[in-house]
Ligand binder design. Structure first.
Ligand SMILES: O=C(O)C(=O)C[C@]1(C(=O)O)C=C[C@@H](O)C=C1
Length: 371
């Protein structure tokens, strides 16, 4: 039998020499990464003695920011974050397992967001619904939960925002993904599809394409896109809308790629945890603080509430309203501020803002997503 490692006779000498250098460097890299892993293990021992938590999102953000600042190239700066996230994920796993809950089953965009944020050395805890992600994390069956909060085409994920009002969990990180929807099916053709099964948000995000290419076909909402892919694997008359990863997970053909109406379609996810088990991240230098507030129903109340932000030079990067369901035209406002409550200006602005609100809750403070 032929040796799969053997070099084919027609490979030029020059290429062989370069590959030899790559092999040598890879061994050096492996040795270096192992030295790094041993240091992380030593950090883990200290943390165990102190009883402090292993995952430090602000430290991981600083490590990545620091490397991006000194990257001499030719490696692209945007390649740094995914590589070091994986390295730190593997190092973290030597300190302790990280259990992460997300909207399952396997193959969802939520799972992809979890892997993008924590790296692949995690224990995956797929959940049946967004509510279940919060419940599982609050019950301690997962250390962290990943929940979608906003989509660039469809707007807010209302269920997540509503749960934020009452959950004891808080946000310690954020991450966002380019969402690419594909039409997936057991048979590699558009003919003979009886229904397209997907999460309602995905059906909405592909409305234009579905109307143009499958105008007569039923659109059937299901709990997640990966669940749709699972169903499409069982029934050849169904087509799913899901990620390419879900397609390979369930053995489906990619009948039509990238069918979302907006090519810049992005979804933003929040990483939540139990504040009794995980402290609020310390300031990383590039932080965001998320709040939900309400004000009394009187003219000028919203304006007055925002005055302290302007006075103390704190930037607001997001302002979202949701009906309070009181029947009184009252609203909750979801606000993202730039900065950390340890910054004196942010602390003062928050204190004054709180004084102007009927309801005030800090949802979390965390390092900005680093790419
Ligand atoms: O610096 C630490 O606290 C570590 O545990 C090491 C390390 C790393 O691999 O760099 C791993 C996990 C933490 O989330 C942050 C960083």
């Amino acid at each position: 039998m032929a040796d799969p490692q053997a070099t084919p006779p027609d490979v030029p000498e020059e290429l062989l020499a370069l590959r030899h250098q790559i092999d040598t460097l890879d061994r050096d890299l492996l040795a270096l990464i192992n030295r790094r892993a041993a240091l992380a293990q030593a950090v883990g021992e200290i943390k165990k003695k102190e009883g402090s938590v292993v995952f430090r999102p602000e430290r991981e953000a600083q490590v990545i920011d620091g490397l991006k600042a000194v990257n001499p190239g030719p490696l692209k700066t945007e390649s740094i974050a995914p590589i070091w996230r994986e390295v730190m994920s593997a190092c973290r796993a030597l300190e302790t397992p990280t259990r992460v809950a997300f909207l399952g089953p396997a193959g969802t965009f939520s799972e992809e967001a979890a892997l993008g944020f924590f790296g692949s050395s995690i224990v995956r805890v797929p959940c049946a619904s967004i509510d279940d992600v919060f419940r599982t994390t609050a019950a301690g069956a997962a250390d962290f939960g990943v929940v979608p909060v906003e989509n660039s085409t469809e707007g807010v994920v209302a269920r997540s925002l509503d749960i934020f009002l009452t959950t004891p969990l808080f946000i310690i990180g954020e991450t966002s993904l380019f969402v690419r929807h594909n039409l997936l099916r057991k048979e590699n053709q558009l003919e003979g599809i009886e229904a397209v099964v997907a999460h309602p948000q995905a059906l909405a995000q592909c409305h234009g394409w579905l109307s143009a290419h499958l105008p007569q076909v039923e659109r059937r909402p299901v709990s997640s896109n990966a669940e749709g892919a699972r169903l499409a694997a069982l029934d050849p008359k169904l087509a799913a809308i899901a990620s390419a990863r879900a397609g390979s997970e369930y053995g489906l053909h990619l009948v039509a790629p990238a069918i979302q109406d907006d090519t810049h379609n992005r979804t933003r996810f929040a990483i939540v945890t139990d504040p009794h088990r995980h402290p609020m991240p310390r300031a990383s230098g590039h932080d965001c603080t998320s709040l939900v507030v309400s004000v009394s129903n009187r003219p000028g109340a919203v304006h007055d509430m925002l005055v302290p932000l302007k006075q103390h030079g704190v930037s607001m990067t997001r302002f979202e309203s949701r009906p309070a369901r009181s029947g009184q035209w009252e609203y909750y406002f979801y606000i993202d501020l730039q900065g950390h409550p340890d910054d004196p200006q942010v602390a003062t602005a928050l204190r004054e803002l709180r004084g102007a609100c009927a309801y005030f809750k800090v949802l979390g403070t965390y390092p900005l997503d680093v790419h």
